[in-house]
Write a protein that binds this ligand. Structure first.
Ligand SMILES: C[S@@+](CC[C@H](N)C(=O)[O-])C[C@H]1O[C@@H](n2cnc3c(N)ncnc32)[C@H](O)[C@@H]1O
Length: 331
């Protein structure tokens, strides 16, 4: 679920005031906006004359907006059509990097673009590619085996009816190519139009979107690369929207900010394994007035950390979420 979508279909950058108050003490340098989207964060940061933005987005459709910022802010704004897992390709040259920001998920423009097929209200060929993908949801639904489909729905969507839905998909695809509306119908039939708070198709669509966009490995590699790119004293900020994302972000900051050897009798070198300093242990959540103005923002969680160690061994981080990465690699 993405929180830049609201009922009036107007774009509101989520937790913008909170983000600005967290990063503004570091103003006067360069920030990397890893998820440019509609440019809400980038634009606000550029309002301060001493700031520069390097922006990334995997979706080429943001180019209209990036051109506007390029014209207005000239060399203070630079855009790369890259995935944030590719952060290591960014050349910083003379930039004084102060912060790296992630606002995960998809934007209002993307969900409104029916060709992308991110919404279960869309009709036509299944897609769900945000940009720079290797395959689409159509390829998954047309060719993945029953057990693997069920696993994807269960692990990435926590879908209770994962096995039944997978079985019905296999049956249906023998008759015809399954389009977005057919998948919604299959799920409705399995769930027998049960009345729940969320749409019947929400979980399966979330699972497919995670798989098609490889959102788990993107996030893990993006976070590790951001640590390697930012100098000590710099900040990494992440806004997440679903529980799998938040679990990953929480572990990244919490695990690597804890003192591994808490004995004060040990020499300094033994206790210098902390990679982050955390100012807020708990996530920052949207205020009631933000949720009222933009209801989907209710699921947003902002976490951040200040880098305090030059090197960090992230092998435990990768291992911890290896089971999820393995599901992302299923075909
Ligand atoms: C929630 S929107 C960002 C909204 C933005 N903060 C704003 O204020 O307009 C998320 C954006 O991140 C992009 N995105 C998602 N995953 C990405 C990835 N792995 N690498 C680069 N961009 C990504 C999407 O294409 C989308 O445009």
């Amino acid at each position: 679920m993405n929180a830049t979508i609201n009922l009036e279909k107007k774009h509101f950058p989520v937790l913008l005031n909170e983000l600005i108050s967290i990063i503004s003490p570091l103003y006067g340098g360069t920030f990397i906006d890893c998820t440019f989207g509609q440019g809400g964060y980038s634009e606000k940061i550029l309002e301060s004359k001493n700031n520069n933005i390097i922006a990334l987005d995997r979706d080429k459709d943001v180019l209209n907006k990036t051109l506007k910022l390029q014209n207005k802010y000239k060399e203070r704004f630079k855009f790369y059509n890259l995935k944030f897992s590719q952060l290591d390709q960014i050349k910083l040259k003379n930039h004084k990097l102060k912060g790296i920001i992630f606002d995960l998920g998809y934007s209002l423009n993307q969900i409104k673009n029916s060709q992308k097929g991110l919404s279960f209200s869309d009709k036509g060929k299944l897609n769900m590619r945000m940009g720079l993908n290797d395959f689409s949801a159509n390829e998954i639904i047309s060719s993945m085996g029953e057990n693997n489909l069920a696993k994807v729905f269960k692990v990435f969507g926590d879908e209770k009816y994962s096995k039944k839905i997978a079985r019905e998909i296999i049956k249906k695809r023998k008759e015809k190519i399954i389009k977005t509306e057919d998948l919604v119908q299959i799920i409705d039939n399995v769930k027998k139009y049960q009345k729940t708070k969320i749409h019947n198709s929400t979980k399966v669509f979330q699972a497919l979107r995670i798989l098609v966009n490889k959102e788990i490995s993107e996030l893990i590699n993006g976070l590790i690369n951001s640590f390697n790119l930012i100098p000590t004293g710099g900040i990494i900020v992440v806004v997440s929207f679903h529980s799998i994302e938040d679990k990953i972000v929480k572990f990244f900051f919490k695990h690597y900010s804890e003192q591994k050897n808490s004995s004060r009798y040990l020499p300094e070198t033994e206790v210098s394994e902390r990679c982050f300093k955390l100012i807020n242990k708990k996530p920052i959540l949207p205020s009631l007035s933000e949720i009222r103005q933009n209801p989907p923002s209710r699921s947003a969680k902002l976490r951040y950390g200040i880098k305090i160690n030059d090197k960090c061994d992230f092998s435990e981080f990768r291992e911890k979420f290896n089971n999820l990465i393995n599901v992302e690699d299923l075909r």
